[in-house]
Design a protein around this ligand. Sequence first.
Ligand SMILES: [Mg+2]
Length: 367
Amino acid sequence: MMIEDALYHRYTVPFRVPFVTSTGLQQHRDGLLVQLRDRDGRIGHGEAVALTSFGTATVDVLERKLAELVPRIKGSSEQQIRELLADFEGDLSLAPVRFAVDTALLDLDSEASATPLSRYLDPDAATEVPLNATISDMDPDAAATAAGYAAMAGYQAIKMKVGAFADASREVERVAAVRDAIGPATGLRLDVNGAWSIERAIEIARMLEPYTIEYLEQPLPPGDIGALAYLRSEVGIPIAVDESVTSEEVVKEMIDREAIDVAIIKPTIIGGLTASRELIELASKAGVRVVVTTAIETGVAIAAALHLAATLPKPIPPCGLATGTLLETDLLVDSPVIRSGRMLVPDRPGLGVQPRPTIWNDGDDDR
Ligand SMILES: [Mg+2]
């Protein structure tokens, strides 16, 4: 396959509700859409956003890398473009650029094969992916109400953000209220985002054991695999990692040291669907479950993560793909459809998404 034209576009989409992170108040999502056109006129799409808390470069740096790549992509074969990507393979900071270009190439390949991307990657891919709902309310009653609605709407798992309270009993009170509201059949995951010390993690995890927690996500800051392995040996709740999942090597070490039960994968951090598939195989062989999530992108990257999630070993665990509503608008003509807590995999050839044409026609495209 030869690529005749390549372009990218930087977008800004407001968050529906601005949120506070360690780097300040975030009002909008800045990202980059990539479009590759092959000789037969087919168009492949990809998307790159910055996730600096995981170690990526800023969107400005990602944009500069794309500006450097685009003239070299034009007129190149897929093989030549994959060699360009391999040149910065070990560089986490630029992983979102690899993800965007890899997605666009796979979009073209699968469309040329008249196959949805998921089935191009795996002929046995599922046609829908169960989702988790995310609850961030701090008040126990509000958290319980939101979780109850999500469970009723069909979400098979609730993911709660925890770790904000200095008082352990307040964390436990919130978790107890949510478990009570969703009943015993819905999964309950707790995401700590690395906020606990090892002592605190052991103390609170033991208090949480009666509430049937599916897993404790990133209880400790990334880095100390020995501490994570010790925590896992001390508590009865399965341990998941998210921020720690930055490369295949790190995941392999965490598996070898029996530090984890679950690995959360963001294709943008792993540097593409091709690399993510290898990581899924590695983890699955070791009995470690994989959950796929977005990095809060628009529909292009959500669709890519969706196709990847559809290839997970069955039964597919609920994945973190229901993040589109965190943004005020999507950039697609049709956003991926959620029905009864499951996201339907587009049945069209390729990625199956179509960015709104006006995105490319607003006059300030960078080529
Ligand atoms: Mg997380």
